[in-house]
Design a protein around this ligand. Sequence first.
Ligand code: NAG
Ligand code: NAG
Ligand code: NAG
Ligand code: NAG
Ligand code: NAG
Ligand code: NAG
Ligand code: NAG
Ligand code: NAG
Ligand code: NAG
Ligand code: NAG
Length: 804
Amino acid sequence: MSSHWRYGEFLLVILVVGAVAAKNTTEVEKNNPCKNKDTCRECIQTANCVWCKEPNFADDRCFPSNASSTCTSIENPVTKITEEINRPLTSGGKSKNSHENREIVQLMPQYIKLELRPNDVELVKVKYARALDYPVDLYYLMDLSESMTDDRDTLSELGNTLAETMRNLTSDFRLGFGSFTDKVIMPFTDNLTQRSKTDLFPRGTKYKCHEHNNCLSYRNIMALDADITNQFSSKVKNAKIAGNYDSPEGGLEAMMQAIVCRKEIGWREKARHLLVFSTDANFHTAGDGKLAGLIQPNDGKCHLDEDGAYTHAEQLDYPSIGQVKHTIEENAINVIFAVTHNVLDIYKTLSANINGSSYANLEGNSMNVVNLIREQYQQISSSIQMRDNATSDVKITYYSACRSAGPKVLTSKCDGLHVGEEVTFSINIRLISCPKDPRDWRQIIQIYPVGINESLIIDLKMLCGCECDAEVKTKSQYCSSQGNLVCGVCQCEDQFVGAQCQCSNTDMQESTDSSHNCHDNTTVIDCSGRGICSCGQCQCEKRSNEEVISGKYCQCDNFSCERHEQRLCSGPGHGKCECGQCTCNEGWQGKACECAVSTDSCRKSGDDKLCSGKGSCECGACKCQATAQGRYSGQYCETCPTCSNLCLELKDCVQCQMYNRGKFKDIKDCAANCTKVKTTPVDKVLEKSELVLGEKICESYDDDNCKYAFTFKENNGIYEVQAQKERECLPKVAMLKILFSVAGSILFIGLATLLLWKLITTMQDNREFRRFEKEQMMAQWNANGNPLYKQATLSFKNPTYSTQ
Ligand SMILES: *[C@@H]1O[C@H](CO)[C@@H](O)[C@H](O)[C@H]1NC(C)=O
Ligand SMILES: *[C@@H]1O[C@H](CO)[C@@H](O)[C@H](O)[C@H]1NC(C)=O
Ligand SMILES: *[C@@H]1O[C@H](CO)[C@@H](O)[C@H](O)[C@H]1NC(C)=O
Ligand SMILES: *[C@@H]1O[C@H](CO)[C@@H](O)[C@H](O)[C@H]1NC(C)=O
Ligand SMILES: *[C@@H]1O[C@H](CO)[C@@H](O)[C@H](O)[C@H]1NC(C)=O
Ligand SMILES: *[C@@H]1O[C@H](CO)[C@@H](O)[C@H](O)[C@H]1NC(C)=O
Ligand SMILES: *[C@@H]1O[C@H](CO)[C@@H](O)[C@H](O)[C@H]1NC(C)=O
Ligand SMILES: *[C@@H]1O[C@H](CO)[C@@H](O)[C@H](O)[C@H]1NC(C)=O
Ligand SMILES: *[C@@H]1O[C@H](CO)[C@@H](O)[C@H](O)[C@H]1NC(C)=O
Ligand SMILES: CC(=O)N[C@H]1CO[C@H](CO)[C@@H](O)[C@@H]1O
């Protein structure tokens, strides 16, 4: 019994000492991130670490790449570009009539094969230049409900001007036209009868939709064509106007068809695609179709018959905004919403949600449409925005100086580019983390300018694994034929343990082999007291799925890191616990990753000073100063409740500088004492509500009982005061006099009333008394004959009583 107790106590001691020892070793490992990586993969996923894949290697296999080592066979994949395709940019010069076979290159390079290690950054320079005469496809998609009749006529007249204007901008121009109204199904449109809303058809009469064959949700009237002389105008002029019931139209549905029917519309692969969407009404969106019993969602596929009419309008629902946005961006279309004033706000919002789209106000029956398109085209084509489709494991950041010669700034967008002008983007590609699935370690990433079908393809190989992982020696002799040799390390079969799988799991005897200690030379405690030493290998205690002890000597764990607000390393969003040390995610720092690196949270928007210049930014929060005037407080140190006594300090200076009076009336005094005050006169000081940040208002009275108000703000130690030119003085009055006279008159009136009352009552009493005396003299009665006296007894006679 007692020996058992001893053993328990002994274990406890070992545990305590072991824990302390573990703490000490982690201090050492602080500066070496390569320590305690047990596999090659883990090792090379750590920055600047290399792995020794030599079987007989006693030291740590994972060590910093710049450390000296005796290892002869090292696994150290390095980031590099292995292949690059650089077709030169198309220069400004051009051959007039060879549009067909001319290949325009606006982006360089076009292809890069990249091998990238985790945490490494590769810098790629991408050049973009606008080519002269870049092909332009313009498709005019017009709402042809009745209210747009005059717009149609205007467009038909302006057709040739539009073509000529665009030809002036690029010689390779194609124009197309399509119209839409709404689904021909109740409640949107009545196929059989249609009541006219305007004068197009006689008001109040019914016309038959199917007889005119003009009710159609969308029709491609003219595919994109280079030969547009007159053809466009006549086709637009003959386009049929149709009526429908409700105000929103099926515009999104039509747009979807106009985009996905690439062959039918004739969109070219290498061209700017402009789609002018012209309407005066709102649009129907996904779900509205249910009103007509259409429950099948829009499939985003092309359904046009040989006449260019949309065939599935009465079968599919309208597309959602998200669907349309996706389709637009996928097909690199620049949509221009040319809409009337009444719906401008709606399309402005829509446009804000679609990359590469713009909106403009259609005026006076589309009279301004040519200018509008030209302006929008110039705006679209003169700006470039780079985008990519990288997954979250890869972070791509763009830097460019754009057209200026200045330093590069973080931006993916440049504006105001002229034809032939070249801009360079420095693109940082960084592998943040390795995807779990090794199949995702090879990715194709596309970097492209929005709206242009050209891209830089990056064939990315993530160096997340080791090459030696593939060279497995099964049942290797080195591993006692009881395990596989991978990257110099034995992976033992189930029941075997030991660096060379030399021990059987069941055989729990301690190894006497001194080269296989379960501790390093700083301690004598095996496995840091947190595991069992078996055959020179530590088998660390198992705690739970969340808390794991690891390391060769069980010296590491992932649960004893710094905590912030009881969360390990401030929670998984901020960092993770690795071997007693918090490893912070990007953007966080501090012992427990509790501090944001960015100081944005210390800056009030619109203010360029941190903490209003009244404090320092620590850990993402303002630490406000205590100054002589008081302590600043608030999220941005913007307030100072006790600092209002500045009013008192400043008032004398304001008085002397503005009005030449007060304590420093003497000019010399004023100059000497008020060096930090600069007063400017204003007609009227600001109201409290008009004050800007840091400005304060003061009011004071001077010796003449005049009110003077001023506002001030501090600027680098100088108080900039704005004081009211004129003081506000009340007319002088003798307060005491008024006081006495009021009090006196109240006293006088009181006394007078009292006396009067006394007089009246006395007179009345006298009169009453005299009357009483007179009456008494006239009275002739004595006490027996009092006329008021009545006898107390009465006698009655009973009439039925008789004495007989
Ligand atoms: C931990 O290290 C310090 C000095 O670095 C040493 O004084 C202390 O004894 C060590 N503690 C243990 C338990 O080894
Ligand atoms: C190796 O590189 C790390 C980080 O770059 C540095 O801190 C360390 O001093 C270097 N060691 C040697 C031996 O050069
Ligand atoms: C096209 O350019 C020519 C010459 O620059 C000019 O004379 C003409 O007016 C322009 N046409 C339009 C429609 O802008
Ligand atoms: C409209 O009605 C006519 C005649 O009933 C029919 O032939 C036509 O298919 C209908 N159109 C639509 C779009 O339903
Ligand atoms: C972009 O060009 C490629 C060929 O270079 C083509 O396969 C692709 O369909 C084009 N995409 C668009 C949206 O035009
Ligand atoms: C445009 O694309 C960028 C990059 O994908 C995205 O961050 C941004 O939100 C998009 N803007 C709109 C309006 O969709
Ligand atoms: C990016 O786009 C390219 C081309 O469309 C595609 O092949 C690749 O799979 C995409 N990459 C990702 C990560 O989605
Ligand atoms: C422990 O071993 C390392 C090399 O493995 C050596 O550099 C170090 O000096 C040793 N420390 C002690 C205290 O013996
Ligand atoms: C500790 O590591 C294990 C295994 O990697 C993991 O499942 C667990 O979530 C980690 N715990 C913490 C607190 O990070
Ligand atoms: C209140 C105060 O500081 N007054 C000073 C103003 O300046 C004169 C010298 O010009 C000093 O003598 C006062 O003490």
